[in-house]
Design a protein around this ligand. Sequence first.
Ligand code: KG4
Ligand code: ZN
Length: 344
Amino acid sequence: MEIVLGIESSCDETAAALVTGDRTVLAQRIASQDEAHRPYGGVVPEIAARAHAEKLSPLIEAVLEDAGMKLGDVDAIAATAGPGLIGGVMVGLVTAKALAMASDRPLLAINHLEGHALSARLSDASLGFPFLLLLVSGGHCQLLLVEGAGRYRRLATTIDDALGEAFDKTAKLLGLGYPGGPAVEALASEGDPGAVKLPRPLLGRAEPHFSFAGLKSAVLRAKQSGEHRDADIAASFQQAAIDCLIDRTRRAIAVAGPVEALVVAGGVAANQAIRNALETLADETQLRFVAPPLALCTDNAAMIAWAGVERLRMGQDDPLDFVARPRWPLDPDAVAVRGAGVKA
Ligand code: KG4
Ligand code: ZN
């Protein structure tokens, strides 16, 4: 059974994990940089890159020790090679290249989004292809038809902000600090989702694209009006976001053709209200619903190791001169959508 070391360093989590071909996570460790970025209310790329450089090697040593293994016991080294903050990505990728060279094992340069996309297959052995994926993270909001590892057809994307970004901005506006998603979710549970009238951008449109910039501005106006409780704003924002997600995903189900399941992945997939709404949609449309456990939704290295397992099985590996990619779409044929902000 193959054993893959996974490395993740594309944003503000430094992570390492050892995962086997039979879906056992032998060891995993994550060092969060929340404290370092908190004073700035968001991720500072230079601080992130330095922290990754400091923390990564000890984390890799720790997971090997946790699993009682040596580098020589590992069959391949997988690292996020993009998209993301380039300084951090380079720290992880260069480390992986050095380990691959020293141990004479193959290097797998993993697309971070592919890590998220295949994470549900790590937690659910019965999930086959094709499946419809809602990928919602800090930098992305996409609907993808996943036909296989490395085979993605983008059905929709956001024409402006990512949903995680909208959660983070809402949190900042309400003084909830960083990281914002979980804090907005917690406050929303104390509020009335119908209290504040907020827009549902692109609802009912034929193409299943997303837009969250208008919603974000409306949240700002609601806060500035001084007429609403913060909990009501949080709950109304979350409800508007859910209504958009469900309408757009319903549209994608209609155009995707036959699929095995509806899958949600990415950091925002940790939101329980969003998971519940998607599960209801899946029931209505008679699709199986698969959501990875919370720890596999937010950035982690187990998903990177698992994407490595999938690619290793396809007989793939990457050259040691593979160049880190700050931008790296899963579907290279997807056309740019007017208004789409290009974010890592
Ligand atoms: O996938 P991820 O960990 O990093 C990226 O690749 O972007 O996603 C991070 C995003 C952040 O915007 C964070 O606020 C959001 O996921 N997030 C949440 C929740 N937990 C994390 N958003 C809403 N509700 C949550 N419970
Ligand atoms: Zn991510």
